[in-house]
Write a protein that binds this ligand. Structure first.
Ligand code: TLP
Length: 353
């Protein structure tokens, strides 16, 4: 029984085409700016997002940290979601390395902070206050997988602009958002001063993310990346897979969304599963087991693993919440197998006499 790994789209293996491209990639010393494959990836990413320049970094976390450090000074404040990846899951790096203080806001809906609350959180020009420098939003939102719309992003960008702030988008899964909304990433990120997107999630590359922004911003980000030890020399080996991720894998994400919906529908039909189908908008499914379910979420996850070789993650920090994420290596047959397994675990066949 092959393993079905739904813990995250970060578990994706590179495709055979990626492995071939990596083996044959022309490379050079990227710290000297001489790696042609890295240079191509950066230029292509910038063009696709309608920004002036790009920078290849090791991970999404590094892209976010590099962007925050490039936008801010020690003692500054950034406005971010209380459940954002930057605030929750990046080891407090903005505070640790940048001395940057988060001002967190709740999500009113689908990973969106309220526009009035954002305005209200901006500090006055007063020596008692830290300086608000940056707003960061996340698309898709990690809490639900929901895409943030062009309109919402424009509204946040306008608030930033009107107040002399910068806007960063943690676009780890921005291509999922673009696919779900049927818009280009360029349109979706217009008005943002920086965007980090990941090549190594649903796009299947083994390593890497790219930051895009203005030439001046990327120049500063380049310096920050060096200071973080992120000058990677012959990184074209990695960027070669990134080019396939960017140009080809980004075009098929709707398949993962279709699979997620089918999986969600199958799970939601089980009597002890609490799953809001309205919330399933891209490749992520969140659900809970009802109090009348025969087991806890942890026990469910464990039995799916040991009895059916299916990995579904109890979501960290949210007791009882389970997350399943579809990706390139999850095919429609796998989805059916997961639904059948969940049914068998949650609804054991009645014992006959
Ligand atoms: N998210 C991971 C875990 O860390 C939770 C996952 O499995 O979803 N931004 C967002 C919105 C993310 O979801 C992640 C990874 C990152 C940034 C960080 O990317 P990496 O793992 O490349 O540092």
């Amino acid at each position: 029984m092959n393993m079905i790994d739904l813990r995250s789209d970060t578990v994706t293996q590179p495709t055979p085409e990626m492995r071939a491209a990596m083996a044959n990639a022309p490379v050079g010393d990227d710290v000297y700016g001489e790696d042609p494959t890295v240079n191509q990836l950066q230029a292509d990413a910038a063009a696709l997002f309608g920004k002036e320049a790009g920078l290849f970094v090791a991970s999404g976390s590094m892209g976010n940290l590099t962007s925050v450090l490039a936008h801010t000074r020690r003692g500054d404040e950034i406005i971010i979601g209380k459940k954002s990846h930057i605030f929750l899951y990046e080891a407090g790096s903005a505070a640790m390395y940048g001395g940057v203080q988060p001002s967190t806001l709740p999500y009113v809906r689908d990973g969106m902070m309220d526009i009035h609350q954002i305005r209200h959180a901006i500090r006055p020009d007063d020596e008692h206050d830290p300086i608000t420098r940056l707003i960061a939003i996340e698309n898709t939102a990690g809490v639900s997988g929901a895409p943030l719309s062009v309109e919402y992003t424009q509204q946040v960008a306008a608030v930033a602009r009107e107040n002399g702030l910068k806007l960063h988008i943690d676009g780890a899964r921005i291509f999922n958002a673009a696919a779900a909304l049927n818009v280009s990433v360029k349109e979706l990120t217009m008005g943002a001063d920086s965007v980090t997107f990941c090549l190594s999630k649903g796009l299947c590359a083994p390593v890497g993310s790219v930051i895009v922004g203005s030439k001046d911003f990327i120049k500063q980000a380049h310096r920050v990346r060096k200071s973080l030890g992120g000058g990677m020399r012959q990184a074209g080996i990695l960027a070669a897979a990134g080019l396939i991720a960017l140009h080809e894998m980004s075009k098929r994400l709707h398949e993962d969304h279709v699979n997620a919906r089918r999986l969600a529908e199958g799970l939601a039909a089980l009597p002890c599963v609490d799953l809001d189908l309205e919330q399933v908008k891209t490749n992520m499914i969140f659900f809970r087991l009802r109090p009348d379910a025969p087991m806890s979420a942890d026990a469910f996850s464990e039995r799916m693993k040991t009895e059916y070789n299916i990995l579904i993650m109890p979501y960290p920090g949210e007791t009882g919440l389970l997350r399943a994420v579809t990706h390139y290596w999850i095919k429609p047959d796998d989805v059916e197998r997961v639904i059948e397994a969940a049914r068998a675990v949650l609804l054991p066949a009645p014992v006959s006499d």
